[in-house]
Write a protein that binds this ligand. Structure first.
Ligand SMILES: Cc1cc2nc3c(=O)[nH]c(=O)nc-3n(C[C@H](O)[C@H](O)[C@H](O)COP(=O)(O)O)c2cc1C
Length: 224
């Protein structure tokens, strides 16, 4: 029987997970995004041999003011793909997991961004797929009607299915060996144009990026 291995993931919030953690004297003093803090944390996690570095993301702010407003640290965090791209450049093998919500994006954009992150990190991208639906976040996006639990998850299923199909829209090696002498940059037969028509999304054609190094990276990251 193959040896079983436990994967260890790091999940940090810049101002701590407790709402008052920011008041600790050793806590980060500023509410501005701080790239140096994140780079240092990721490098420490990699040196400590963690398998993956996870970025949670709860997008949206309501703008409501109550007596408690302003008392908890509001992590107004970096957008996950942008932050993980910077982290990818200073690490070499820790997995990089971005939280992306399926209610507010189109799969084409997300598949492209994950493929980009995967290529530039050497196959280390992972996706925490969420479909959480806070009322104030929805309003940030101009969505006024609630979405049922079933509809959110049906949409998420379709979102992931289309993302996978987009990653698969090129063969692994489709763009690896342009034929200079023959003047053929790639073989059209190695591209598989989609004709996807779902309940929530439609997409025809290819993803505009070579197949990721670590295709179908959903819900998990790999460490070297
Ligand atoms: C450990 C954990 C981490 C989560 N991280 C996020 C997150 O980063 N962003 C987010 O929008 N939702 C996050 N969620 C929320 C879940 O995706 C889910 O929407 C929530 O648990 C409510 O369940 P429901 O969607 O079935 O109603 C997280 C949930 C758990 C349990």
């Amino acid at each position: 029987m193959p040896a079983r291995q436990l994967g260890l993931n790091v999940f940090l919030q810049r101002h701590g997970h407790h709402p008052a953690a920011w008041r600790q004297p050793s806590a980060s003093a500023s509410g501005r995004p701080d790239l140096a803090w994140w780079l240092r944390a990721a490098k420490l996690a990699e040196a400590a041999r963690f398998d993956s570095f996870f970025i949670a993301d709860f997008i949206g702010r309501s703008g409501a003011v109550t007596p408690d407003t302003g008392r908890a640290a509001i992590g107004l965090p970096f957008e996950p793909f942008t932050l993980l791209s910077a982290i990818a450049a200073v690490t070499s093998h820790i997995g990089l997991i971005a939280t992306i919500n399926t209610n507010y994006e189109h799969p084409y954009h997300v598949a492209r961004k994950f493929s980009s992150l995967d290529h530039l990190s050497g196959g280390r991208a992972g996706w925490n797929v969420v479909s959480s639906f806070g009322e104030h976040t929805a309003r940030n996006f101009g969505i006024l009607e609630p979405r049922s639990h079933a509809a959110r998850y049906a949409r998420a299923d379709e979102f992931v299915a289309l993302s996978k199909a987009l990653w698969d829209s090129w063969d692994d090696d489709a763009l690896d060996q342009p034929d200079r002498a023959g003047g053929q940059f790639y073989a059209p037969a190695q591209g598989h144009a989609l004709n996807f028509q779902g309940e929530y999304f439609a997409s025809r054609g290819h993803l505009g990026l070579a197949r990721p190094a670590n295709p179908h990276t959903v819900a998990g990251a790999r460490a070297a």
